[in-house]
Design a protein around this ligand. Structure first.
Ligand code: GLC
Length: 408
């Protein structure tokens, strides 16, 4: 058990350090442009949906644009849908003709993706949906044992291909185990095979087994200490390309999510849904460029951040490395303001990125900063660096109980 934990810690070191990755949802649904669930949500018959495979033909090496964008945004890894629920495979497979190399596209898009990520020095992850709306056994496998056996052979066979044909793969990101459970999928056996083929790999928790990390979706929620987690999130409301979905988050919102993940010991996997030709929606490009400019200056407050006990403020958030506390101010409150409940002596305060000293005074209830600029020194988020005497902690209940009270 201890050995297993040590092995896991070793395998996951880079991932914990990395904090920030790119998710890519790409498939036939990109052609429709109405969300990656269009096939089921609109009840599109398989025979009709399949025809999209004759239209889906992205420009060669579109993945290079994604990888450059990810790199510029400060992301350290990329995870792409090799097969989503629609069942269409972006990789070459001996198990079906319903795959990009054997249809209009005529190329192995997973190979292009892997090459593009590696060219930018990014780690490589494969998303693979167990649920399959196209495969004849994909639903009946739950009540028909012969179908289940065939389907498990198909799924295990494809996972083996993915783990064999593309060199070193860093992450396997399963999705939706419907309609089977871990036993039905024979997940323990499948993941043993995966680890034999890819000893360094990190596996998520969606094959019905906990494996290496949990996957909160569209929200940030930490796990008990010792359990790794990664929040995956869209920039609008759709994973796959959606022409009409204009519910874009702002770069500031995105950065605030990233900071909260880093604060609580998690990772942030931020999605793009490329258009059918492989190009990235302008709104996503804009967000990623702003995030990247910010990460150039402040990335060191995110990468390698350790879980941070200081969390409470009405205008700021926090990350921590050792005894250094970073205050990330998203609503700049002006020249003078305070952080309450800090139970550690602050030795120095600086305004990043340049590091100009900041005046402050501290008592048992707060650290009060003074003579700061009246306008936010940076956008979308300004950062203060506080050097503390020990690992900083925050206790708001202490403040509530012990602040001298007034008279009735
Ligand atoms: C959900 C959705 C899917 C998406 C995934 C990403 O499970 O079914 O469309 O790929 O979340 O986490």
């Amino acid at each position: 058990m201890i050995e297993e934990e040590e092995d896991r810690a070793r395998r996951m070191r880079w991932w914990h350090e990395a904090k920030f990755g790119m998710f890519i949802h790409f498939g036939l649904y990109s052609v429709i442009g109405r969300h990656e669930w269009a096939m089921e949500m609109e009840g599109i018959p398989v025979a009709e949906y399949e025809k999209l495979a004759e239209q889906f033909n992205p420009k060669p090496n579109a993945a290079r644009e994604w990888a450059r964008l990810a790199k510029r945004a400060g992301m350290k890894y990329m995870v792409m849908t090799t097969k989503h629920h629609e069942g269409f495979c972006l990789f070459d497979t001996e198990f079906t003709d319903y795959c990009a190399p054997k249809r209009a596209c005529g190329r192995d898009l997973v190979a292009e993706f892997v090459e593009a990520a590696r060219a930018e020095g990014l780690r490589v992850g494969f998303y693979y949906s167990l649920m399959d709306w196209h495969h004849p056994d994909g639903a009946r496998c739950v009540e028909d044992e012969a179908a289940r056996k065939r389907f498990v052979k198909y799924i295990h066979g494809q996972v083996r291909e993915l783990m064999t044909n593309y060199g070193k793969i860093d992450i396997l990101w399963y999705d939706v185990p419907w309609p089977l459970d871990a036993e039905g999928w024979e997940s323990a056996r499948m993941n043993r095979m995966v680890r034999e083929l890819q000893p360094g790999i990190i596996i998520n928790n969606r094959s019905g087994l906990p494996e290496d990390f949990s996957t909160p979706e569209q929200h940030v929620r930490g796990e008990p200490a010792g359990r790794a987690w990664e929040t995956c999130m869209t920039m609008n409301d759709s994973w796959g390309y959606h022409k009409a979905d204009d519910n874009w988050k702002t770069p500031k919102q995105i950065l605030r999510y990233l900071i909260t993940c880093a604060r609580d010991g998690g990772n942030y996997l931020l999605n793009i849904g490329p258009k059918p030709d492989g190009s990235v929606p302008e709104e996503s490009v804009h967000i990623l460029n702003v995030v990247g400019e910010w990460m150039d200056k402040y990335g060191h407050t995110i990468y390698g951040a350790e879980p941070c006990d200081v969390k409470r403020s009405c205008f700021a958030n926090f990350t921590r490395k050792g005894t250094t506390l970073y205050v990330h101010i998203h609503f700049w409150p002006g020249e003078e303001w305070a952080i309450g409940g800090i139970r550690t002596k602050v030795k120095s305060a600086k305004l990043l990125p340049e590091g100009e000293p900041v005046k402050f005074e501290q008592n048992e209830f707060h650290v009060r900063f003074k003579d700061l600029p009246s306008e936010a020194p940076d956008n979308p988020i300004s950062v203060l660096e506080l050097e503390c005497e020990s690992i900083p902690t925050q206790d708001m209940i202490f403040v509530r109980k012990n602040m001298p009270r007034g008279k009735v």
